[in-house]
Design a protein around this ligand. Sequence first.
Ligand code: MUC
Ligand code: MG
Length: 382
Amino acid sequence: RESMPFKVEKIDTWIVDIPTIRPHVLSMIAINKQVMVIVRVHCSDGIVGMGEGTTIGGLSYGDESPEGMKLTIDEYMAPLLIGREATNTASLMALVRQYVVGNHFAKNAVETALLDAEAQRAGVPLSELLGGRLRDRLPVLWTLASGDTGRDIEEAEEMLAQRRHDVFKLKIGKRALADDVAHVAAIKRAMGDRASVRVDVNQAWDEPTARRGAHMLADAGVDLIEQPLPRADREGMRRLTAYSPIAIMADEALRGPSDALDFARNRGADAFSIKPPQAGGLFAGGQLAAIAEAGHIGVYGGTMLEGSVGTIACAHLYATFAKLEWGTELFGPLLQTEEILTEPLAFREFGLDLPIGPGLGVALDMDKVHHFRRDGPSRTVV
Ligand code: MUC
Ligand code: MG
């Protein structure tokens, strides 16, 4: 075909630190801020595509840090992309994969920015490039993780009253099983039938603890247990899934389509938390959903607690999924004290509305971005 004249001209990568509205306590770390790498791909036709690379608690969740993502993109990915035609994301990402092993979060951020640019150029929402929307809004749960039972119940009541969320995920695994179960049971008792309650153990249990935990949590009225065992313990996940009276979800164990295929073949989980950064990109995330559907495994739209750019990119993908049995947890922007978009995302009525504009359909407030940039003008000591 005739070659397109538009080239990738420049790639910005900015580390942006935003405080959280309260401490967010997970089994491995408590966070007080979120750190995003905002990626902007400038093309020679004037189009700028955006992506985001965000993880949780530096290197305590996964093996990529924000600082490492920035370095990987600046030193290894940008030189491969600059000067190339900007209009074929699949071929650009194939080139990146040829020279960069792993680094899924960084790849996802770059792929998102390239796809955003392509969708803007085509004048269609990103979801169209990803296969087309099957829904215009997504259900969104909220994670109660203040570390305090009373405060979590108050927070849940507020969310219900505002009609913002009616599904809650609780982070457990840090304390003794009996203490964790008492915490979860108190919250479920306070909620009654008004809300669904699930837990995320973030790999903290061993198999005997998980077996006991599954029964105790089922008795407490919990619907689902996310990643109870270490990500490498696939046999344990398979046995637990067969044994547990309530659904078991895989999260950290799913680092791409081949993990998903293995889990589907062996029924290593009842549900997948699909996270494009963990899977290696939006296309890879879509492949996980296809494998889940083919394997009769439930689908859940996960989050890395991204800000608005990463969140809306995931939303465009999740809107294309045939099934979304467990809803989504795309609440990341609501955990941050500052919004870096000109118009915040539309969270209402227990869900999130998809934007209708081209590409991601959102715009950065550049003053805010520059203010919160780690190396931004306001932070530079002359
Ligand atoms: C995780 O492990 O699922 C998603 C929601 C939340 O509170 O933490 C994240 C990470
Ligand atoms: Mg999880």
